[in-house]
Design a protein around this ligand. Structure first.
Ligand SMILES: *Cc1c(COP(=O)(O)O)cnc(C)c1O
Length: 431
């Protein structure tokens, strides 16, 4: 028999990072027991902590305080309207990658002048939409795209504000699927080509060259790749200046990691700023810095609550069958990601090795594999930690499973911020 508990030291560290902690035996979202929320709203259920979201955005604000900057929250991490509204209220801008995200950002009150638009495949319609809304800038990823933007802006009689996204060829030492700044990746423009393209852009009639962009990947746990990449980008800025092309915005991208495992210790925004800002030199080269955090804002501000439907003894392990599947949280299936899984009620029990699996008809449908965890009982609630980013936003209705409800907790109060989908929702738009 073992006693499943979290050492006090770890709880302390996590209390600084987020507001999902045990109070007595009950795991709480801020001041509300998760069991209570699961009973009221049903499972699977995404729960977010308002205090945590605000804490994280403020960590970025204070890190870059005193330096001209703009924090553009990367919408794709979590696009719920209530969360966007909350972040907009804290002064955040948006980093978008589609027309749909632009729609969501504007609907939530993020000012167009605080929106930057990345992505390798912007369509003519999307470019048109963004130009009419007058976003801050397009982060352009190819010569073809630049030509298209120039053309669409011409048709509108507009001047498109642009930055080129450079590919610095830096290995961010993250998962291959979420690394974006190496030469073999589809993102950005190699440095030498970018220099040429900047010269062409500066002669285009309907384009206004105002910035430079980089984003080397996600879930980065070291600052060195950020710094190495920034050095390359700064050398581009300086060479352009030598050619009479002055830039106003330096967009360093997002990508700061979060602690998924107990022992993870990724850098804080203050450490990032502390390393990056000195590289800009005394005068800061007159640049306004843009930061695009996604995961580090929303990641550990959310959890996914699921109910154990059944347990079954396999040949060499226990299977804990829960009501959340890969359609609700795909990260373990897609990247082999690790998410801590905690019981909503912590009590003394045996430790067992288990696979936590969902109801989907795929062997890749799991939330944890060969995990040492407290023996789970049928009907009990389990809490998948750090599921606030790339959780619901990547959810699908695969196996015709309606997507989960989402709830936002603020202190003792809580409210539904997205209804659980229904069967009729599944067939909406079908004939
Ligand atoms: C995804 C993305 C981000 C956010 O990355 P995180 O790892 O969630 O911080 C920022 N910028 C761009 C261009 C992105 O594609």
């Amino acid at each position: 028999m073992g006693f499943f508990d979290i050492p006090a030291r770890r709880v302390l560290k996590n209390q600084i990072m987020h507001y999902f902690t045990y109070k007595g035996r009950e795991l709480c979202a801020e001041d509300v027991p998760i069991t209570e929320l699961a009973r009221e709203y049903g499972t699977p259920l995404y729960i977010y902590s308002q205090k945590t979201l605000v804490r994280h955005i403020n960590a970025y604000k204070s890190a870059f305080e005193g330096y001209p900057h703009l924090i553009c929250y990367a919408l794709k991490a979590n696009t719920n309207g209530a969360i966007l509204k909350l972040l907009a209220g804290e002064g955040a801008g948006g980093d978008i990658v589609s027309g749909g995200e632009l729609y969501r950002a504007l609907r939530a009150g993020i000012p167009a002048k605080k929106i930057v638009y990345a992505g390798v495949g912007k369509t003519e319609e999307e470019i048109n939409f963004a130009l009419r809304k007058k976003i801050l800038m397009f982060n352009v990823e190819s010569a073809d795209e630049l030509a298209r933007i120039d053309e669409v802006a011409g048709q509108l009689g507009a001047k498109a504000p642009i930055a080129l996204r450079v590919n610095p060829d830096i290995n961010p030492k993250s998962h291959p699927y979420i690394s974006t700044g190496m030469r073999e990746h589809k993102f950005g423009i190699p440095v030498e080509q970018a220099l040429l393209l900047y010269r062409q852009a500066s002669r285009m009639k309907n384009v206004n060259v105002i910035g430079i962009h980089q984003h080397i990947g996600s879930q980065l746990t070291e600052i060195t790749p950020f710094a190495d990449s920034l050095k390359k980008t700064l050398s581009v800025i300086d060479r352009l200046r030598g050619n009479g092309i002055g830039l106003k915005y330096l967009d360093v991208g997002g990508g700061l990691g979060i602690p998924y495992r107990e022992e993870d210790n990724p850098p804080e925004p203050s450490e990032l700023a502390g390393k990056l800002l000195p590289l800009l030199g005394e005068s800061g080269r007159g640049l306004t810095i843009i930061i695009e955090p996604g995961r580090s804002i929303a990641g550990n501000a959310g959890v996914l609550v699921t109910k154990c439907l059944y347990t079954k003894a396999g040949a060499d392990r226990e299977f804990v069958i829960v009501d959340a599947g890969m359609n609700d949280l795909i990260r373990p299936s897609l990247y082999g990601s690790y998410h801590r899984i905690l019981p909503a009620v912590n009590n003394r029990r045996e430790i067992k090795k288990a696979d936590v699996v969902g109801p989907i008809c795929e062997s890749g449908d799991f939330l944890a594999k060969e995990r040492e965890m407290p023996a789970v009982k049928k009907g009990e609630y389990l809490v998948v930690m750090s599921a606030g980013a790339y959780g619901f936003s990547m959810a699908s209705t695969y196996n015709s499973r309606p997507r989960p409800a989402e709830v936002l907790v603020d202190g003792k109060s809580h409210r539904l911020i997205r209804k659980r989908e229904t069967y009729p929702d599944l067939v909406k738009g079908e004939f």
